[in-house]
Design a binder for this molecule. Structure first.
Ligand code: PEP
Ligand code: MG
Length: 589
């Protein structure tokens, strides 16, 4: 039966595919693709775990039989029989094999995928006794997973799903079904794992428009819906699903008519993309001759390829924290970071690369197990970004040295996140000097860098003149500026409706920052999600903004807006919006 789940549209386009539910079970297991040659080993792991559990239950049964004579544990014995039967059930074993062979899931993933499929059949049973057997099945699978956990996988779990395995999956014509990811929640690090993966779209129960998970989805340029609340419970493993990333709707089990309609929409958006591609080499200049800089936001050095393909004139934000995440506390050393930054610099072929120092915390925990939210009441107000860096000077100096050294290979700008206090500014600049001193002492080469500050807390916007005294340029992080100005958590879908980029207070802070920066002859960019939102381009141009940084996938659509704009007219519009109680009404009219 067709039904729809509503959420928040975060990455446009239409994806149609079969649902892959990740960690939707209470059994949280690793999910990764295995290489074709590893398939037999994975099947063998499941088989030997099953044999071990059968033997284990057999032993318990034996003990029970001995006790039975005296105490009569009849019910328990019957339960064990059920478990043994389930373990040897064809549907479970063949199903698991199917996920490993046909989809190349690792054994644990295959097991819980099959568990969910069978559990669904139990849910649909009329007989309450049979329905309750689902709990037995879960126990059986839990036992199997426990044994498998104890038995090291011959397939070492990779830090990220193997690219090769994923590419093989794409190339393999036995697997021609597009897959879409459905999960309760995905951390930004999880998302990064799925980058360049086989998934055509994704849906999560939680998250807001500018949660980092949504941001990574946008950077992957695949349709996505977040904040879909119950999606991971209502969508079942392997259901056909349509993700409408423009409307924020997920359609489950669509009828042929709906499928045809969305198939058409999908083709249309492909045509639109091809049309936009023609603007790739057109300079971004407005109708009245104003040059506009369109830069790329990246998460990893390899993203520079899509930045160049989209015609970006540089990287306006390299979120370096993605190098630090999901490493179980093993932070990248100076050499590893240096190599990554050099790769980004070389990738941009002489165009500038803005490297933001590490911004972990809040919804970007270092590790999944160490979700900041678990430890702190208000993680977004806690030890994140520059606060963490200043609290860990050795780590920070390591990163600064790596960035300064990479600057010897091409133009690099250094960007500092979340500053609010002048003492933080002074401390940061002193550490940059110290890093240079350390490199001098070691006789290591380094290059010049422009140093910029992010304006992402209201305090910074209100004391912008102090910032301008210390920094070469500014970059407005609207995602956080909106969060902190309006006091709403950017990852909390229950307050997502209050996340308003056009709130007068936000616009005033932005306008003030842009004007103050320009008065000092300094560049001011916007690198938050607002910069890549075509509905905001005219307003931002009207506010005087001439430097935008966004995901490569958004650059051409924003360029199209720029090419159609007359900034003199837009200045009048922006002034009216700034003076209005409800700027959205002015802008719409
Ligand atoms: C922002 O806050 O707007 C920004 C660009 O930084 P991040 O989204 O990584 O917090
Ligand atoms: Mg930010």
């Amino acid at each position: 039966m067709t039904f729809a789940v509503h959420g928040i549209a975060v990455s446009s386009g239409v994806a149609i595919g079969r649902a892959v539910l990740v960690a939707s079970s209470r059994l949280d297991v690793a999910h990764y693709f295995v290489e074709p040659e590893q398939v037999p080993a994975e099947i063998a792991r499941v088989r030997s775990a099953r044999d071990a559990v059968v033997a284990e239950l057999g032993r318990v049964q034996q003990t029970l039989q001995e006790l039975n004579a005296k105490e009569g544990h009849v019910e328990l014995a019957a339960l064990l029989d059920v478990h043994l039967m389930m373990l040897q059930d064809e549907q479970l074993t063949e199903g698991v094999k199917h996920w490993i062979v046909d989809r190349r899931y690792n054994a644990e993933w295959a097991l819980i995928t099959q568990l969910e499929l069978v559990a669904r059949q139990f849910d649909e049973m009329e007989d309450p006794y049979l329905r309750e057997r689902k709990a037995d099945l879960e126990q059986v699978v839990e036992r199997l997973l426990r044994v498998m956990r104890g038995v090291t996988s011959p397939v070492a779990q990779p830090p990220a799903p193997s690219r090769k395995a994923q590419q093989d999956l794409l190339l393999d014509d036995t697997i021609d079904v597009p897959l879409v990811l459905v999960a309760h929640d995905l951390s930004p690090a999880d998302m990064l794992q799925f980058k360049q993966s086989v998934f055509a779209g994704f849906v999560t129960d939680v998250g807001g428009k500018t949660s980092h998970t949504a941001i990574v989805a946008r950077s992957m340029d695949i349709p996505a819906v977040v904040g879909a609340r119950s999606a991971s419970q209502t969508v079942k493993q392997d259901d056909w699903v349509i993700i409408d990333g423009d409307a924020g709707v997920v359609i489950v089990d669509p009828s042929p008519i709906i499928l045809a309609e969305y198939g058409f929409k999908q083709r249309q958006s492909q045509v639109e993309r091809e049309r936009l591609n023609r603007l790739r080499n057109t300079p971004a200049v407005t109708l009245d001759g104003q040059k506009v800089e369109l830069l790329a936001n990246i998460e990893q050095p390899s993203d520079t390829r899509s930045a160049l393909n989209a015609g970006a004139v540089g990287v306006g934000l390299f979120r370096s924290e993605f190098l630090f995440m999901g490493r179980q506390g093993n932070l990248p050393g100076e050499e590893e970071q240096y190599r990554a930054y050099v790769a980004a610099v070389e990738g941009m072929q002489g165009l500038p690369v803005t490297i933001r120092t590490v911004d972990v915390g809040a919804d970007k925990p270092l590790d999944r197990s160490a979700r900041s939210g678990d430890d702190h009441l208000n993680p977004a107000l806690g030890l994140r970004a520059i606060r963490w860096s200043l609290a860990e000077p050795t780590m920070f100096l390591t990163q600064l040295r790596a960035i300064l050294r990479a600057a010897a290979h091409g133009p690099v700008h250094l960007l500092i996140p979340m500053l609010a206090h002048v003492h933080e500014i002074r401390q940061t600049l002193a550490l940059i000097d110290k890093a240079r001193g350390q490199l001098n002492a070691k006789g290591q080469a380094y290059g010049p860098v422009k140093v910029g500050a992010m304006i992402e807390v209201p305090a910074a916007a209100l004391m912008v003149n102090v910032f301008l005294k210390y920094f070469d340029y500014l970059s407005i992080g609207t995602n956080d500026l909106i969060q902190y100005t309006l006091a709403i958590d950017r990852v909390d879908e229950s307050v997502a409706h209050l996340y308003d980029p056009m709130h007068p207070a936000v616009l005033q802070l932005m306008a003030g920052t842009i004007a103050a920066g320009h008065a000092e002859g300094k560049t001011v960019s916007v690198c938050g999600e607002m910069a890549g939102d075509v509905a905001m381009t005219k307003l931002l141009l009207g506010l005087g903004l001439r430097s935008f940084s966004m995901h490569p996938s958004q650059i051409l659509a924003v360029k199209q807006q720029v090419l159609r704009s007359d900034t003199a007219k837009l200045r009048v519009l922006a002034d009216a919006a700034l003076a209005a109680e409800d700027p959205a009404v002015v802008l719409a009219g």
